[in-house]
Design a protein around this ligand. Sequence first.
Ligand code: ATP
Ligand code: MG
Length: 613
Amino acid sequence: MKMSKSMISTLREVPADAVIASHQNMLRSGMIRKLGNGMYAYLPFGLQAFRKVENIIREEMNAIGSLEIKPSVVVPGELWKESGRWETMGNSMLRPKNRLGQDLVVSPTAEEAVTALVREDLSSYKQLPINVYQINTKFRDEIRPRYGVMRGREFTMKDAYSFHATKEGLDETYLDFEKAYFRIFKRLGLTVIPVRADSGAMGGSGSEEFMVESPVGDDTLIICPDCDYAANTEKASCATDYFLDESCAKTATTLQPQEVATPNVFSIDDMVSFFNMSNKNFIKALVYVAYNSSLDLTKAPGCEKLEREGSSTEKTYPVSYFTVLIRADIEVNEAKLAAILKASDVELANDEDIQRISGAPHGFVGPIGLNTCPIIADYSVMQQQENGTYSINMHDAIAGAGKEGYHVKHVEPGRDFTPWATADLRTVIAGDKCPQCGGTFYSKKGNELGHIFKLGYKYTESMNVTFLDETGKNKTPIMGCYGIGVDRALASIIEEHHDENGIIWPMSVAPYQVSLIPIKYTGEMQEICDKLAAEMQKVGIEFLLDDRNERPGVKFKDCDLLGIPIRIVIGAKNLPNVELKQRANNETELIPVTDVTQKTLQIIQDAISNLNS
Ligand code: ATP
Ligand code: MG
């Protein structure tokens, strides 16, 4: 490809909204241009790299026997009504109507479409497992599209779906995908951090996310340096730490609870100075409101009059209240709380509701005698054992008295109050200890690049997919799904492989492997350049020939920016040698023109086999 005909136009300046290296470099190198918020066009140079990423993913999917399909991107809204997600997907799903006024969906993901496809043809267990994938356009009306194609509204996803007669079958395929994902990321030159959803628990995992580190990542990862524990902060747990402080009682007190007037004590800091004790002695009581909890609250304190709403299969409490107890030096993780409460959302109750539910204003809410809503105690306070007893992790504590202006001393959890439930609700942070090995956590920001997930029967049940098993009985298949963002993978490669001058492509995804740069594209230099181009063409080397009438400095700068792995400069001064320079390590050598094609081929093959190994 000749540069003069390549439609590559590099930019010296980038728009102010491009703040991360991949977004800047993709714009500067002319890979992409913005069409609208979260909507990008790939130009030829960018598409070349995009296709290579896509193909590596495709090869590895084919290698594990997944079969490629291509469903339509716009699908009937009916399918989403069947699964129930028409109601739950919210505004991120784009729902146009056709000329007949029928509801349509621009696929944000394709569980419904693929489940409907499989339902059509599946009749016998002999057809299972079914394992299919697509590499196709998705649309999500993200609230804040940002960082270029890293979080776009329209993007391309590889999404695979598998259907099985048995759980064991699903487990097997899930492992195939896990291995394929590691191979894909290796071949793309990407370092990923695998994060298991149920990390901590031993045994099989139901879901795993593959994260890439990024200073602007949307996720916070909690990582153990000493073992394989890595978890998203939304799910991370840590070893219980108790009696951390000199001032913490190590055994149960025999003293009875005693009210103390604390008229001017409102915050934890106020308590620390008033009681002259560390915050690890205080139980913080927080009233939360939960939306759409699907817990069974019929026997929970204060919930007797709550009414459930919804369909016969899915009944939830639109609004319910809970008091969470947690040691005062740590924070409640609302994602964990929502998961425990099986709620769509949770938030701190407003002042009026706190007073109404707990009988005291915020800061004075207390566990003793509180029977107007269920109490959920974090493990930092106490933990219920399998036999129903509690292990108490705070003794002789101080808590709110449940009336304005008072706190209580000598509170013994388990003696003075009994929670409705205990749970792991804390926000785990760097410095906390690993539950597997006791190592000290550190944290990193990251982005999710891929996800493998055992879906279970969610879609096959709601959408009525059945097959006949060996004994002629009707059964529902179990399902898994497996995604990778193609654009996000491409952007992540640039995040990991760039310097101040531009992109440094891994050989496997470089839009072109070689840049041929004549100092001037005239006379002997032109002749040799064309001859090398013809040779390279023959052996299948992908090259760019910079035939532009530009100063050498400009050509070199563009070559660095474009990130072409091998640069070959043809200058009259060096002939019959040419200069070969590698972008990744800056190694420069002079090589006879006669040898350069062979040498180049060798470098390319070595680099690719290194990435494939
Ligand atoms: P995120 O938490 O980043 O929004 P997600 O949990 O919504 O991701 P999935 O629904 O699991 O993602 O989609 C699978 C993959 O699709 C993700 O791992 C990611 O690589 C990619 N992806 C998701 N949303 C976007 C987006 N807005 N732009 C680009 N890629 C995306
Ligand atoms: Mg998302």
